[in-house]
Ligand binder design. Sequence first.
Ligand code: DQA
Length: 137
Amino acid sequence: MKKIAIVNGPNLNLLGTREPEIYGNQTFEAYFERLQMKFPNVEFSYFQSNVEGEIINKLHEIGFDFDGIVLNAAGYTHTSVSIADAVKSIKTPVVEVHISNVYAREEFRCKSLIAPNCKGVIVGFGLLGYDLAVEVF
Ligand code: DQA
């Protein structure tokens, strides 16, 4: 059984109510149930935090024995040298996911500090991006 972790960063706990015109109406919890049913042969772990250091600690914890990590670092994508360093420091490959098309939004969202340390990036397909990222591993 493959072990895949999903790590979500700040404000993604508010999916479903947060800016639904950008991020949709579904809560991550409801989506995650469907994802687990779609991939019965994957052992999933899910973590969300609004705190940078907690995300780094989680990457260290899961970054050596999981088969893949799907990371949406949310706003930290554009600012966090430390999360980028953490991704570079671990062994498990990371796929960066963004729900929205960050390239069609403000200019500051067009830069990811994390992407160069990732296996690849999936952007702009809504929550389907997480499904696609799972297919990568
Ligand atoms: C996001 C895009 C980021 O720019 C933003 O700060 C988020 C969500 C996305 O999934 O589209 O919080 O990562």
